[in-house]
Design a protein around this ligand. Structure first.
Ligand SMILES: [Fe+2]
Ligand SMILES: [Fe+2]
Length: 357
C-alpha cells in the first residue's frame, strides 16, 4: 500500500487529478484517436475544432475545468493558474459576448449563443448590450407637462397626500443636489412598473386570460425608468450612505407597492401617477439649476445619446428635458390605468398604450 507521503509526492509531480483539463480537451479536439474515444463515450466531443459548432463544444467543457480548478486553487501555484486563464482568454471558440478589452477573460458557451455584431446607422459598432438600436426612440417633448389629476375620491386623496408627504424628507435630504436626487428617485421609480407587470403576468397565467398588452406596457415603463437611472449614474456618483439608503428604500417600497397593488390596483396606479407628477416637478427644478449655471451643463452621457437618438453634441439639459417628457408619459399611463379601474373595468379591456413615449 502506498504511503500517504508517497502519494503526495506523486501528486505533486503529476498534479491534481484533472477530470477535464484544458490541455486534455484540446487533445480530444485535435487528436483523432482520442476524439473517437471521447465521441464514443460522451457523444458531444468535437472531432474538428475548426468548425464553430465544435469549437463551442470544446469550450463547453471548460466550465467544469475551471470549476474544478477553482475548487482546488490551493493545489495550483499562481503561475499555473495564470497560464490556465490565459488559455481560456485566448480561446477562439464559443465566445458568447463581452464588451471589454482583450485583457478581459472571455465568456465561453457550449450553447452556441452569439449575440452577433450590431452596427449603428452610420456603420459604427453598437456598444450597448443592454438595449439595441430598435429599442431606442425619440421622446415626444411636446407633451403637456402641467396635466394634473385632481384628487376627488378618498382613495385619490390618500394617494396624493402619501406622495406629497414623501416629498418633504426628499427635499430635506437632497436639498438642491438635483443630479443626485434624480438618480436616487429613479431607483424608486423603476419599481412600480415591474411590480405591476409581474402581478398582471401572474394574473394572466393564473386565470388563463390576456392582459391587453398591459404587462408589456408596465415592464416597458420599468425598463425606461431603469434607463433613466443608468443615465444619471453617469453624471452623479452615489456615496456609500446613498447606496445604503437605496437598499433600505427599495426593501420597504417594493413590498409596500406589491401589497398595495394586490389590494387595490387603482390606488397603486394613482400613487404612481402622482409620483410621476412629482418627478416632472423635480426635473423642472433641475432645469432651473442648469439654466442658472449652478449645475454644469456637461455633454450628455453616451448611453443617453444612443438611447434617445440624440445628436452627438447633446448636453445634460437635453437629457433632462427628455427624461421629464418620459415622466409625463408615465404619469398619463398610470392615471389612465387607475381611471380604467375607477370606471369599473379591468386593464385588459382597454388596449395598453404600448410604445407611448
Ligand atoms: Fe424616471
Ligand atoms: Fe417615471
Amino acid at each position: 500500500m502506498m504511503s500517504r507521503g508517497a502519494t503526495r509526492v506523486i501528486r505533486s509531480v503529476v498534479g491534481p487529478p484533472r477530470c477535464f483539463s484544458t490541455a486534455a480537451v484540446r487533445t480530444i479536439g485535435t487528436d483523432s484517436a482520442t476524439a473517437k474515444i471521447s465521441n464514443g463515450t460522451a457523444g458531444f466531443f468535437p472531432l474538428n475544432p475548426g468548425k464553430a459548432s465544435e469549437r463551442a463544444a470544446v469550450t463547453w467543457i471548460r466550465f467544469p475545468v475551471m470549476g474544478a480548478r477553482n475548487a482546488s486553487t490551493v493545489a495550483l501555484d499562481a503561475k499555473e493558474q495564470k497560464e490556465e486563464e490565459k488559455v481560456g482568454t485566448g480561446s477562439a471558440g464559443g465566445v458568447a459576448g463581452g464588451t471589454g478589452g482583450n485583457d478581459e477573460k472571455a465568456i465561453v458557451s457550449y450553447w452556441g449563443i452569439s449575440p452577433g455584431k450590431v452596427t449603428k446607422e452610420d456603420g459604427t459598432e453598437w456598444r450597448w448590450s443592454c438595449f439595441r438600436p430598435w429599442e431606442t426612440y425619440k421622446a415626444n417633448v411636446e407633451i403637456d407637462l402641467k396635466k394634473h389629476h385632481v384628487p376627488v375620491t378618498f382613495l385619490d386623496k390618500v394617494a396624493f397626500w402619501t406622495v406629497k408627504s414623501l416629498r418633504y424628507p426628499t427635499d430635506l435630504f437632497f436639498q438642491r443636489r438635483y443630479g443626485c436626487r434624480a438618480m436616487m428617485l429613479e431607483t424608486v421609480a423603476a419599481v412600480p412598473g415591474m411590480v405591476g407587470g409581474m402581478l398582471l403576468h401572474c394574473k394572466s397565467i393564473r386565470r388563463f386570460e390576456h392582459s391587453g398588452g398591459w404587462i408589456k406596457a408596465l415592464l416597458e415603463e420599468a425598463e425606461n425608468e431603469r434607463m433613466h437611472l443608468m443615465t444619471f449614474m453617469e453624471v452623479a456618483k452615489p456615496r456609500w450612505y446613498e447606496r445604503a439608503l437605496v437598499f433600505a428604500v427599495q426593501g420597504v417600497f417594493f413590498n409596500a407597492y406589491f401589497l398595495g397593488y394586490l389590494v387595490s390596483p387603482k390606488f397603486a396606479h394613482r400613487v404612481t401617477g402622482y409620483l410621476e407628477e412629482e418627478a416632472i416637478h423635480s426635473y423642472t427644478e433641475f432645469l432651473k439649476e442648469l439654466d442658472a449655471g449652478r449645475i454644469e451643463n456637461v455633454p450628455a452621457p453616451a448611453i443617453a445619446v444612443d438611447y434617445w437618438q440624440l445628436p452627438p453634441e447633446a448636453t445634460l439639459r437635453d437629457v433632462v428635458v427628455i427624461v421629464r417628457a418620459d415622466e409625463a408619459h408615465h404619469r398619463d399611463v398610470n392615471h389612465f390605468a387607475s381611471d380604467i379601474h375607477y370606471q369599473g373595468h379591468e386593464l385588459k379591456e382597454a388596449p395598453a398604450p404600448l410604445g407611448y413615449h
